[in-house]
Design a protein. Sequence first.
Length: 87
Amino acid sequence: MRSYQSFLAKEFPHEEVVMLIFDKLYLLRQDTKKYAREKLKNQTDKDGRPLFSVEVTGDIRIIYSFDSKDCTVFIWKIGKDKKAYRF
């Protein structure tokens, strides 16, 4: 999580938004399947796992995948809607 601090500080200048992002990342870390509601249609990560999107605020999303076998969450993008969905 520490590696995200400088990235988030540059991308999102408002501390409240950064805290909301960290809250969502923490929730994903606790129970990934519970938040895997919005599956991105026909999109997979590099290993073929489906990609999911979780809403942070009205226009900010976290794009991620997870490996339930190894209990690993992969964060692919954090950003505003239009940027987050571009791969």
